[in-house]
Design a protein around this ligand. Structure first.
Ligand code: HEC
Length: 180
């Protein structure tokens, strides 16, 4: 019995040491242009979903989907999000594809999470992914404007769609956030 327990402890120590060595000595590839393996993808994405569900506080969106609010949301989106998440005239942002996992393209695949979760993700970001924490540059009202915009991204009125047409060249990368 004692030998068996020592065996278990020994195996755990070897696995931990192996994992530590693998990470510490740089065997893990951290390039963004190499897709993560199936196990990492499944574990990491499941962990993000579960963490968001657990941590996003229940909250009611205070911003109604009026034409004016959607146009305001569209302006915020064009300035801060469009470079990564796409616009109607550029549904599949090339820049968004330079991330791994690739940035969700909201004009091809509208976000379908509950609004409190979209608020939580927009405010706090997603570590290790490229999704910034916007709570440091946008206030809560602006973030709710964006959440309302995202909930209506597949049924925007013409006035909001007009805001999404960039003047001049399309943003290749997100513009620097405006001061609060
Ligand atoms: C620098 C690129 C970048 C910018 C700019 C950016 N995002 Fe993201 N966003 C990401 C990435 C990458 C993910 C996916 C992370 C993942 O798969 O875990 C993401 C995911 C999201 C999600 C979760 C979507 C889902 O279905 O899981 C929401 C909501 C979101 N972003 C909203 C926004 C909003 C709103 C803005 C602008 C205020 C914004 N993002 C700006 C890169 C960006």
């Amino acid at each position: 019995m004692r030998g068996f327990l020592y065996g278990i402890v020994f195996t755990i120590v070897v696995l931990l040491a192996g994992g530590f060595f693998y990470l510490k000595k740089g065997y893990m590839n951290t390039q963004a242009d190499i897709p993560p393996g199936a196990i990492e993808r499944k574990l990491a994405m499941g962990a993000v979903d579960a963490s968001t569900e657990r941590h996003a506080p229940e909250a009611k969106n205070p911003i109604a989907a009026t034409e004016q609010n959607l146009a305001e949301g569209a302006r915020l989106y064009l300035n801060h999000c469009a470079g990564c998440h796409g616009i109607p005239s550029n549904r599949e942002s090339q820049f968004g594809k330079s991330f791994n996992p690739p940035v969700p393209q909201f004009f091809s695949d509208a976000p379908d999470m509950p609004e409190n979760e979209n608020f939580y993700i927009t405010k706090h970001g997603i570590r290790f992914s490229g999704m910034p924490a916007w709570g440091t540059t946008l206030n809560e009202t602006q973030i709710w404007m964006l959440v309302t915009f995202l909930s209506n991204v597949d049924k925007l009125p013409p006035s909001a769609l007009k805001e999404l047409e960039p003047t001049g060249t399309a943003p290749a990368a997100p513009a620097a956030p405006a001061a609060r």
